[in-house]
Ligand binder design. Sequence first.
Ligand code: NDP
Ligand code: OXD
Length: 313
Amino acid sequence: MAGRGALVFSSPSDDAALWRGHLADAGAAIDIRTAPEIGDPNEVAYALVWKPPAGWLAQFPNLAGIFSLGAGVDHLLSDPSLPPNVPLVRVVDPSLTTSMSEYIVLHTLRHHRRQRAFDLAQRERAWRPLAVPPARDVRVGLLGLGVLGSAAAQMLRPFGYDLAGWSRTQKSIDGIACHTGAEGLDQVLARSDILICLLPLTPETRHLLNADRLALLPKGASIINAARGDHVVEVDLLAALDRGHLSEATLDVFAEEPLPADSSFWDHPRVTVTPHVAALTDPRFVAETVVAGIKRIEAGRLPEHCVERARGY
Ligand code: NDP
Ligand code: OXD
């Protein structure tokens, strides 16, 4: 594959050599430059990035494609100087999807099976047999029925949960009551014993889960957020947990990451914290999609999985 220009790679972690190897294995015969050694910015045609500082991409006047290292691109779209009219490609990777489904199933089962209460009882050496409802009596709501939400829903189905979901456009998925719009959101919230957030972060979804909406959840409901921290108003979530309206929360994502050492989430008795690991990008797969995407661009076509900038995801 011969490129029309160089590919610049920027990631906060020190994994440039690894990526170079994967890109070479995927057949990328292209000049790969690693930030900060970017050479002449005019020669850069492609960028492979996670969270570059705002303005960083604007220094390349001849960009033909931007490849995100993540599935969510909110941090890229929030850069006002993001070069316009350049295809922006996000990660859609079957192994990432499976990994997210595993995370959702694991924590849905933990919430449903009251594992937090049993862990606590064990620490207290207390034999405390609590009732666990059958899955068919547990109502699970999924916010977001895209690549990750619909796959997680399919993985949850065999357990027999009573499933509902919410998306921007109407869906028809076997075994899932699908809703849209503000009214649909209220309906999903009101019937969710376990609420799962797998939405993209956009101006419409930022702080969606505020005090009023959390109050719509049934008393004793729980939340799993594996999307973005800013889907939730964190102080409102803490307040709902503290007053016992919510029984627990499993959080993989936070408004500020890494989660600050003084955050109340770390040692909250009703909170499980994981460090944004619900589903990690597989560099081998991403390298292959970058190479395929560049080939398509060079052939005058759009790569697969381009973000629709106007809708924000
Ligand atoms: P998709 O774009 O495939 O799906 C997004 C879903 O959200 C779609 O169903 C979409 O509706 C729905 N949606 C978007 N805006 C609205 C809205 N305003 N109202 C109602 N529904 C809306 O994204 P993915 O499933 O691939 O990923 C979801 C998010 O998961 C990512 O954006 C990222 O933030 C997060 N993520 C987290 C990871 C982690 O490790 N914690 C790893 C990977 C991703 P419609 O179907 O109608 O378009
Ligand atoms: C993300 C990702 O978008 O890790 O969070 O892919």
